[in-house]
Design a protein around this ligand. Structure first.
Ligand code: UDP
Length: 383
């Protein structure tokens, strides 16, 4: 009998997302591979999701992401309404063998609270586990709710109660890794790229200082808060309310001269791939414990060495000296950018093709689904 999984992607963005959308992108990468492996997928998302699935269930017709800019008391029902819809679905039908949930905090809390009314559930933790200590520190999901991390390092930051529910970690994947070792290398430029949301944890302020001190061309790609283009940020007089905007304006923008250092906003699709593939290195001057690092595995898949602070998942994803250069000392990053030319791009692509393809990720999740079904007691038949 085919395994049926309800994949809960949440109410924020369609799957696949139209542009930036970390979790929705992971779901869009995972689901086709699961279906190839024979899993039947019921996607819980918004009505606008276009990912081919066996069935789509939704509460909202469109992504609710814009609501996140509103005050808490106007937003706090959005994810709950979506989860209430998922709970109704799980109670009403008996064909769902397992839930794979990706909705921060409320997904986990709802599934734990449902007890035996829900099938076994795997909740993937995509974020920093030092968050939500009151929820994670007291989690009781019984034998039915389990969690997985996106790196081993991430799980070490989890409170004990959350760790007691963990069944391991699954590294993130990218479609760019498929056949990456066969892709010819592009013409390499001299620029260095920082790819990601502009926010203190990603350390763009360090990158801009190093670019000027060591004299390398630097491109910052990514949104600042909700602003994807420099002109959208400039046009909003109230933008400074957002903490990432304050970080950008105060710590980063004074060093963006449009020549040695440029901020190009969010780049997507082919443009993003070309920007990264032609770079001398991608730079991750991290100030936080990066939990999963999609941009890291994308860089390897595109044959671009990673130069990074050795924090969070970086030492698991990057083999220091072979696919990138890591350091504990952020002041050394500038020298490592200079040294990145000694890393073989073909080695980076081979590594990505072996470890970070969607097929590898899906195979690992199928193993975890099997484990969950062994661990959870059978669902009680209705009386
Ligand atoms: N990204 C993008 N365009 C940009 C900046 C980032 O498409 O201008 C993508 C990047 O390629 C990656 C994702 O956004 O797929 C960021 O994921 P990551 O796990 O690196 O960081 P997160 O934002 O989830 O902390």
């Amino acid at each position: 009998m085919r395994l049926t999984v309800l994949m809960n992607a949440g109410p924020w963005l369609p799957v696949p997302p139209p542009g930036y959308g970390g979790i929705e992108n992971v779901v869009a990468t995972l689901v086709p591979e699961l279906r190839r492996l024979g899993v039947r997928v019921v996607l819980a998302s918004v009505g606008a999701s276009a990912l081919p699935v066996d069935e789509l269930v939704s509460v909202y017709p469109d992504g609710q992401f814009a609501a996140l800019q509103r005050p808490y008391n106007q937003v706090c029902g959005v994810a709950q309404a979506h989860l209430a819809g998922v709970a109704r679905e799980l109670r009403a039908r008996d064909d769902i063998d397992l839930v794979h949930d990706h909705v921060e905090a409320v997904g986990l809390a709802t599934l734990a609270a449902m007890g035996p009314d829900a099938p076994p559930a795997l909740h993937t933790l995509h974020w920093d586990l030092a968050k939500h200590p009151a929820l994670y520190g007291h989690l009781d999901g019984g034998d039915r709710v389990r969690v997985n991390g996106v790196s081993a390092a991430q799980l070490t930051r989890a409170p004990q109660a959350l760790r007691d529910h963990a069944v391991g970690h699954v590294h993130l994947a990218t479609p760019l890794a498929v056949d990456a070792e066969r892709r010819p290398g592009p013409l390499r430029g001299d620029h260095v790229v920082v790819l990601g949301r502009i926010t203190p944890g990603k350390g763009q302020d360090v990158a801009v200082r190093l670019a000027h001190r060591y004299g390398f061309p630097l491109v910052l790609a990514g949104p600042v808060g909700p602003y994807h283009r420099p002109r959208d940020l400039a046009a909003d007089a109230g933008a400074r309310q957002n903490p990432d905007v304050r970080f950008f304006v105060d710590e980063v923008a004074p060093h963006v001269d449009g020549d040695r250092v440029r901020w190009v906003g969010t780049v997507a699709g082919r443009d993003r791939d070309d920007l990264v593939a032609s770079a001398r290195a991608t730079l991750f001057p991290l100030r936080w414990e990066e939990p999963g690092g999609t941009a890291v595995v994308e860089s390897l898949a595109l044959g671009t060495p990673v130069v990074a602070t050795a924090r969070g998942c970086l030492p698991e994803l990057v083999d220091d000296g072979r696919t990138g250069l890591l350091t504990d000392d952020e002041e050394r990053l500038g020298e490592l950018v200079r040294a990145a030319g000694r890393i073989d791009p073909a080695e980076c692509r081979r590594e990505a093709a072996a470890r970070f393809t969607p097929a590898v990720m899906a195979q690992r999740y199928v193993e975890l689904y099997g484990r969950l079904r062994q661990l959870a007691p059978a669902r009680l038949p209705p009386v």
